[in-house]
Design a binder for this molecule. Structure first.
Ligand SMILES: [Zn+2]
Length: 47
């Protein structure tokens, strides 16, 4: 199964790979395709 993420705003569940944009500075931005909710740095480094 694909990992999914639930939008905290509209509660829509979508495949995470479709929503995450990894930038060159390693910031990761989550953008909901449904409501347009934007959230930065949702992935934390392990350890
Ligand atoms: Zn949403």
């Amino acid at each position: 199964m694909e990992p999914t993420v639930v939008c905290p705003k509209c509660k829509d569940e979508q495949p995470i790979k479709n929503l995450l944009t990894a930038q060159s500075n390693q910031n990761v931005i989550y953008e909901c395709r449904r409501c347009g909710f934007l959230m930065r740095n949702i992935i934390t480094k392990k350890g």
